[in-house]
Each structure stands twice: as C-alpha cells, then as structure tokens.
Design a binder for this molecule. Sequence first.
Ligand code: LLP
Length: 465
Amino acid sequence: MHSDASNINRPDSLSTGIGFHRSPEGELLCEDVRLTDLAREFGTPLYVYSRAAVAERFRAYEAAFGDTPHQVCYAVKASSTKGVLELLASLGAGFDCVSGGEILRALEAGGDPKKIVYSGVAKGETDIAFALNAGIRCFNIESPAELDRINAIAETLGHVAHVSVRVNPNIDAHVDAHVATGLGDSKFGVKLTDVVALYEKAAKLPAIEIEGISCHIGSMVESTEPFMKAVDVLAGFVNELARRGIVLSHIDLGGGAGVKYHPDDKLLEPAELIPALVARVAEKVDVKGIEIFVEPGRSLIAQSAVLLTTVEYLKSGLFLRRFCIVDASMTELVRPAMYGSYHSIEPVIPNTKAQRQVLNIVGGVCESTDFLGNDRDLAVEAGDLLAIRTAGAYGASMASTYNSRPLPMEVMVDGANVLPMRRPQTALDLTRDELPLGLAGDTSAAAEGARALFGEALEFARSRR
Ligand code: LLP
C-alpha cells in the first residue's frame, strides 16, 4: 500500500477508467452526470458510485473464469451499502460476510443465501443462528472452538451447517502490516498444524457437513505469486484430505487483489490473477472439477466511487504548512488517518484563478491524524469542490459518527440517472435515540427547542447550495 508520506498530488495521473471522465472543458463527471450538480442537490461530503464501473469490474472477474466452475463472493465489508449489494446481487454475485449484520444486508438486498460464505473469527450465537436459519452456503471456520459452537447450535435448531476451514497459510503477501492477514501469528484462520485434525473431527460431528477449504492472505496484493503459494498450501490439504476419504467440493482463495491508488501502485487485474489461479488449481489439486471461490472486495469497488468534498477554508500555520480545510474528514474516509493511505485528490472543475500551492488537505475532526492528503500541489479556494478518488472500498463502510458528524450520503449514478442509496442523515438522527438520565430535570422542552433550531439551520444551509 502506497503511503501518503511525501507525495505531491498528480491530478489525473490515474487512469480514469470506466465511470469517471473529464469533459473537454476539464470538468470531472460520473457517467453522464455532473458532479457539481450532485453536490448542489445532495450536499457534501457525498459518495458517488458509478454503476457501470461496478458492473465492469464484476464482469471482468466472471469473464476471467470462463467455463471454470466458480463463485465470486463480493467481500461485503469493502462497501456494504445495500444499493451496492443489490447491484452486485443482480449481476449474480455471491457475498463474503463477516457478521450477522452483513448477512442481513446481503439478504435484504436480494442476495442468494446459497451464495453466501461467512468468515470472521468471533462468530456470535445470534450470527450463527441467523446464518443457519437463512441457509447460507458455508461457514468459513476460523478456530476449533468455533466448529463446536456451530455444531451445537445447528443441532439445537435442527439444521446441518455446511463448513469450510479457513486456513491460516502462513504466507507473506508482501502487503502493509495493517492489512496482512495470512501470517502464521495473525488472528485469522486455523493454524496449519490443526487443519487435518479439525476436518477429521468435523467429519464425525452430527450437524456438520464438510464443503470446502478457504484462506485470505491479505489486501492490496500486487502480484500473483503469493496467491500461487496459497493455492499450493490449500491444495496440499485438499489432496491429503481426499486420501483420508474427505473430498472437498470447493477451494476459496479469498480476496486481496491490489488497485491503483497512486501511479506507483500495481493494479492486479482479474484477467491476470484468475487464469493463474485456475491453472495452478488444475495443476496442484487432485480432486477434479473442484469449484473455485474468490472473495474480492477492494478490486470490485474501489475505483467505482469518489468522495466529493467542499473546501471550507484555507489557512496557514506559523511556519511552513498551508492547510486546505474541507467538509469531509476521517469520519467519512478513515484510510489516510488509519493507515497513512494515499488517495488522489482533484478539483472537480479546474480553478484557473487560484494560485497553485502545496496544501495539506485536512478535515474538521479534533484529531491531529485527521488528514485526507498531505503535500498536494493544488489551485483551490474556499467553495471549490474536490473529488477524492478511488474511495469506493473501505470508505463509506468504515465511516463513523465521531464528533457527532452524520454518516455521509451515498448515491449511485446510472447513465444520466441518479439513485440515492440512503436517506440523508443529520445530527438530529444521531441524538434521537439517546435517553435522558433525568439528572437535569425534564430536558424534553430544551431538546425539542434545540432540535427545531438545528432543523432551521439545516434548511438555511440547503437554501444556499
Ligand atoms: N475475504 C476476507 C476473509 C477478508 O478478510 C477480506 C478483507 C477480503 C476477503 C477482501 O479483501 P480485499 O479484496 O478487499 O483486499 N480496511 C482496509 C482493508 C481491510 C481488509 C480486511 N479483509 C483498507 O482500507 O485498506
């Protein structure tokens, strides 16, 4: 993952690909829609997704598999908004979920339970019971104790749980430590030395049916090589288990393909990764016709969205720094603050009047780590609209309401149509469900008064957009 440290912004240096493009006048559009129109209608911060871009990425995975039996299970955590899931479900995607809540979203969005796999190291009783009742395709078991719990709940509910073991393959995927998941001492998956015994145990449990095997080596993987190592590890188990009479029907190689946030990042295209996986599985796995699952998140959705934000103020520090303070922050896009990640930040309409300067793009949250991009060479002034690129993955889904900031609005653009994906949230939604303690007497009149004033302020700001 490219760190944001010491980067200058290189606007338009990323391939704009499908979905986002500039008009001859230099204005950034999403499909046939002007981003400035969206900002005016919905306000900012605003996530804008391109339907065509999502569909193109999903079809790239499907096409890369060709006739090979397979299932693409989109990793819901990357962007879990129901509209996004609905689009992917309509294209035939399955889903990799990591909580009952994600399974609920996938089903509410029309997802097929028979295409849902369920990963996660801390599966709780509600989640397991829900997944069993919903009839999901497969639990990816992450510990021996979890297998016992799932068996017990399945027996009680009168279900049979279909399971894979998520193996921790102890592979270095050469990714940032923040997103490495397949090293032997990470919390994910079952350690290599427990795997065979766990399958032998599972084979004897009354409410368990063995399906497959899975792993996930990490995120932002830039080459096929670590995936080949993962196939080799899983293939070793598939073959060993077959010798012991346990024949698996699928092999799930997780997600992790890298995308291009920065010109120096390498995009690992499905057209490169998938044929390599298919060939390696064919070469190494003795069980013929085994189905291949993948769980891509970032590579399906990252490039399909931008986060629009408006410049609020420019100011300088006492010494060197110049700040561009925007209305988005780490609460809408936490990746720069959390991992130091780089996102290209570009004016939606080039500002020909403003002076170019090197700016730190920061949000309004009261944390020094709240930045969106450092040392960006930009010509902007207050009121300008900026697009933070490649924001579709781990953007809106990691948003928080810290500092009492509402969750960002999200829309999907489809040609010239704009489909809102949520009702806009305001601070009024955040305070509504909190309960008074009664320590300050009856606060209900004060609360109603404050809410009315806040509502008026929202109307005032809306009327000026
Ligand atoms: N499958 C499993 C079991 C996973 O844990 C993950 C991601 C994926 C699939 C999807 O991986 P992808 O294709 O998106 O790389 N918040 C971080 C990324 C965390 C990834 C966690 N697991 C970020 O913003 O970079």
